[in-house]
Design a protein around this ligand. Structure first.
Ligand code: 16G
Length: 239
């Protein structure tokens, strides 16, 4: 497996060997891999060499380190097309994952100047501030903070906890029309990394969405932090 006479660096050969096992499905996602010491003994290389291979695979998203637990084979990235205006619940169901939310907080707060402007309400008007961890098959995918004007719609905390915001809005007779969304790269801060079960400083995607109803009124402003190792956004382009 490892050819010490090869001009290819040893860490690279180990990396390729591990990648193959993952790609062929011999090592299933979620399973724990051997320790650095075991790898080093098996391959008869130094632990430094093993560490370098594993670090590269963690950075490439093949492996995930969990503090105090070990190193695990990552799940496949969820591919989301940036096409229609869909909700997290719809996106996950469409992919065969079980959507769920952990409600971190649900409260009414006064809108600051910037938020009021974005939601087309007066400053200091009340907005729902909803913080949720969004999960797919019980794995945390994103942290989402949603702001919705209180005057616009009554939101039920239990429903938000157990179900979908968009279905609650639509069941109340509103029609969601369109959204503008931005995506940017960032790194997980300490609190985020704990919630998302990733390392501090791991890559994340910051997504901001502003959604409008068919009446032209803004429905929501949403700030989300998505795991960079789990999410891949796809865009179709035609010339
Ligand atoms: C998605 C939206 C978010 C929306 C939520 C509703 C992104 C980046 N964000 O997470 O703006 O509030 O779906 O989901 O896609 P729900 O209906 O399942 O509560």
């Amino acid at each position: 497996m490892i050819d010490k006479t090869s001009p290819l660096p040893l860490y690279f050969q180990i990396e390729e060997a591990i990648k193959q096992k993952i790609d062929k499905g011999e090592w299933e996602s979620g399973s724990m891999i051997s320790s650095e010491r075991e790898f080093a003994e098996n391959y008869e290389v130094s632990r430094m060499t093993v560490r370098q291979a594993i670090n590269n695979l963690v950075n490439d998203g093949y492996l995930t380190r969990r503090k105090g637990k070990g190193t695990f084979v990552s799940g496949k990235k969820i591919e989301q097309k940036l096409l229609g205006l869909t909700s997290f619940t719809e996106d996950m169901k469409a992919r065969g994952y079980k959507p769920a939310s952990k409600l971190v907080s649900f409260q009414k707060v006064e809108a600051n100047h910037k938020l009021a402007k974005a939601l087309d309400i007066s400053q200091n008007e009340e907005v729902y501030e909803i913080k949720r961890v969004r999960l797919a098959n019980d794995i945390p995918m994103a942290i989402e903070t949603t702001f919705v004007p209180v005057q616009l719609i009554y939101l039920n905390e239990i429903h938000i906890k157990e179900g979908s915001l968009y279905s609650q809005v639509e069941n109340a007779g509103f029609h969601i029309d369109y959204a503008t969304q931005s995506l940017e790269a960032s790194i997980a801060r300490e609190a985020e990394s704990e919630i998302l079960e990733i390392a501090k400083g791991a890559p994340v995607l910051l997504i901001q969405r502003q959604t409008y109803l068919t009446t032209g009124k803004p429905l929501e402003v949403v700030h989300s932090v998505y795991r960079g190792d789990r999410y891949k956004f796809m865009i179709d382009m035609k010339r």
